[in-house]
Design a protein around this ligand. Structure first.
Ligand SMILES: Cc1cc2nc3c(=O)[nH]c(=O)nc-3n(C[C@H](O)[C@H](O)[C@H](O)COP(=O)(O)OP(=O)(O)OC[C@H]3O[C@@H](n4cnc5c(N)ncnc54)[C@H](O)[C@@H]3O)c2cc1C
Length: 456
């Protein structure tokens, strides 16, 4: 029997395709990378179906690329060696919301939008951490790439919010990690050997996550945005330090754009939340005092006339800060997400602008502060998808900002295959060898998303 028929026997004819017209969309993502070949798309409904697909792929040595919403950009879900794209969207059940223990147990295809809507309707006092990405992206895809959301400045990055997972290993074995490996509750990740680390940040190369338990957090009734502005890039590290010394914020990001001209400044956007109006007022004043004291209030000023449209954009959950990024009107968008130490922000800012100028990009920055310890500094590039030269310029700009990130001591977040190679070239040799050993132990035939974290 040919592979198509074997796959159809597992998931049903309707949920497998090798039709080029249907594979078109799976052969590319919305970033700047060129399309690649896909042989089959398979949409499983159950863990058992995932298991059978992996057993078949492992036996026949067919590459498998897991796909959530496919919006991590940098072509992480576009196969480098053809084979099967395992589209998880049909596994879309919210299995449990445990209010008292504050967690949500979901299947791998549950989107950010559906979990958000479900909580708003049925559990309005709880929320999860939502990235600024389109609502169709999956919660699982996001935690697996160590994403961050609208409450990450307060509670940490989203992969730290994992309680437990169910995983199908490339060989077809199924395991649970975290508390569900021991008892009925999906409420905590430890105290156990910390196995989630074998699947987080690996870009689907070590197994397929089928279920996830993620922490939920209190959702205060009131939210407000306060904004400060400066033209002095050099005070950014100090301002971040002072702001995060006062531990009262929910979200905190910096935004700046080349266009329109009035946005060509550094905006500090702070979201505070409170269970009462008094609490909100107290927090707002606390931050006004912080900024008043930074260099005597001379270089940073409070924006008390924020345009209502901008206020709504910042207060939306998630904030719609990057919305204006389509400068070239071609719908193309990709960014180097660099995780850098806070004291490197000014240098990254200046050098990033040079790259934008060199490649004819309108510079556009939205940086989220992740606790008081690091910042996700995004070098955003919008390009015209229909213009091949513009796409090529964008690829070169991305390559350069990836390199810059490593040069200044940072880490490239969710980088594609080239960025992973760049990272491994710098990596300690013992660590590279450990990666190789872990991958070959879990995936002896190298079928999972080959090319990614590949040690050559
Ligand atoms: C405009 C815009 C704004 C964004 N803002 C943010 C932001 O604020 N914060 C943020 O964190 N991200 C952001 N992103 C990046 C990205 O879209 C999100 O992180 C998104 O949640 C990724 O989820 P996904 O479902 O699209 O993942 P995918 O792209 O589908 O997958 C990501 C990786 O995980 C693997 N994978 C997916 N599902 C599984 C599974 N079940 N088992 C094993 N491996 C799997 C894939 O193979 C891939 O390597 C933004 C993107 C855009 C376009």
């Amino acid at each position: 029997m040919d592979i198509y028929k074997l796959l159809a026997n597992i998931v049903g004819k309707r949920y497998v395709s090798n039709n080029p017209a249907e594979l078109f969309i799976y052969s590319r993502d919305s970033g700047a990378q060129s399309p690649r070949i896909v042989d089959y798309v398979v949409l499983p409904k159950t863990t058992e179906e995932v298991r059978q697909v992996l057993i078949l792929a492992n036996e026949k040595k067919i590459p498998v690329t897991p796909l959530g919403g496919g919006m991590s950009l940098s072509a992480l879900v576009v196969p480098t060696r053809g084979g099967i794209v395992l589209d998880m969207k049909r596994m879309d059940q919210i299995l449990e919301i445990n209010e008292i223990n504050r967690y949500a147990l979901i299947e791998a295809g549950v989107s950010q939008g559906s979990l958000k809507t479900h909580l708003e309707k049925r559990h309005p006092r709880l929320q999860h951490s939502i990235p600024e990405a389109p609502p169709t992206v999956t919660v699982v895809g996001n935690v697996l790439i160590q994403g961050h959301g609208h409450i990450s400045p307060r509670y940490g990055i989203n992969s730290d919010m994992i309680n437990g997972m169910e995983i199908v290993l490339p060989t077809g074995d199924i395991c649970k990690i975290g508390s569900p490996s021991v008892g009925p509750y999906w409420f905590t990740r430890g105290p156990l050997p910390d196995l989630p680390g074998l699947f987080i940040g690996w870009f689907g190369t070590t197994g397929v996550v089928t279920k996830l338990s993620i922490k939920l957090y209190p959702k205060p009734r009131y939210r407000e945005v306060i904004t400060f502005v400066t033209d002095d890039i050099d005070i950014i590290p100090e301002a971040i330090f002072e702001t995060t010394q006062v531990d009262l914020l929910e979200d905190f990001f910096l935004i700046s754009q080349g266009k329109p001209v009035w946005m060509n400044r550094v905006f500090f956007v702070i979201i505070v939340a409170g269970h009462s109006e008094e609490e909100l007022e107290f927090k707002k004043n606390a931050y006004k005092n912080v900024f008043r004291e930074i260099q005597g209030g001379k270089v940073v000023t409070f924006v008390d006339d924020l345009h209502p449209a901008l206020r709504d954009r910042f207060l939306a959950v998630p904030p719609l800060a990057a919305l204006a990024a389509d400068f070239k009107k071609g719908g193309g968008f990709e960014y180097t997400g660099s995780i850098i130490p806070i004291d490197k922000v000014s240098e990254a800012w200046r050098k990033g602008m040079e790259i934008a100028r060199k490649y004819d990009m309108v510079y556009s920055y939205v940086h989220q502060i992740l606790g008081g310890h690091s910042i996700m500094f995004s070098y955003n590039y919008s390009f015209n998808r229909a213009d091949a030269e513009d796409a090529e310029r964008t690829r070169q700009a991305l390559e350069e900002s990836n390199k810059l990130t490593l040069d200044i001591g940072g880490m490239i977040w969710k980088g594609g295959v080239n960025a992973q190679r760049m990272t491994m070239d710098k990596m300690d040799a013992g660590t590279v060898e450990l990666i190789r050993k872990i991958k070959s132990a879990l995936d002896p035939n190298g079928i999972m998303n080959p090319g990614n974290w590949e040690v050559v």
